[in-house]
Design a protein around this ligand. Sequence first.
Ligand SMILES: [Zn+2]
Ligand SMILES: [Zn+2]
Length: 288
Amino acid sequence: MRLLVADTHSHSNPIRGLGASRIAERFKKEGGWFMALVSLSPWAYNIDFEGFESYVKVVDLHLRECKEAEEEGLKIACLAGFHPADVDRLIDKYRIEPGNVLELGLRVVEYLENLCREGVLDGIGEVGRQHYKTSPERVLIASAIMERAMQAARDYGCIIHLHLENSGKITVELVDRAYRRLGADNKATSRIVFHHANPKTAMEAIARGYSASVPGIPRLVEAAISRLEPSFTLESDHIDDPYRPGTVTYPWDMALLLKRLLERGVVDSSYLEKINVDLVEKIYKVSP
Ligand SMILES: [Zn+2]
Ligand SMILES: [Zn+2]
């Protein structure tokens, strides 16, 4: 039986890296059928930062990437966002006032929400909180932008990919409190994805009805498989940057890893089908 593989958080960079069509072609050869393709920050594509317009350019470029991956025969969820690290970069490198960074992030998210409502995008991502040490007001700015993005899940069922600090229960508790403050009790929670989740954070997120996507690297996949029900999905978080090749992993390497684990009997095919097909169908409303 052919193993179908879904990569629920991945990037592509047609300017510096392989780009979506080559990635999709190679992933498909190894059993890939679905990819949630998430935009990168403007400077990753050599787009000079010139305010809001730079993010509009990112979305245009990313929509073309999503289309090209689809043309290779993959099912795609197309997401664009405002990465928490953008907050730091905009303040440090571009000398934008913190208040203006907040305003920009909110404006970008509102723009993305409109595109999602119109069906142009499937969701917003990445948004969230920095996973490294930074100043308190910057974390709060990133959080405020994340909370604004979650309204799009509440109101329009948009998929939201959260990039967070991965501290297990407290990470999930803080997101859950924020989401409930929006008056969104149990509404569209499965459309909110804790991306790059470690097994501990994934378990807490799933227990509260959220979705979790675990990096498809050997250590984390084996830990997740041994500890969790087939209730999480897997991601490559491939950044398609030739200066950091294979970071975090290649989608096709993730597929090969699953094949090896299946052959070694570490996992059975029904477990893999649940996480690569059934769950993806449920969260993203697509079928192979
Ligand atoms: Zn991330
Ligand atoms: Zn990412």
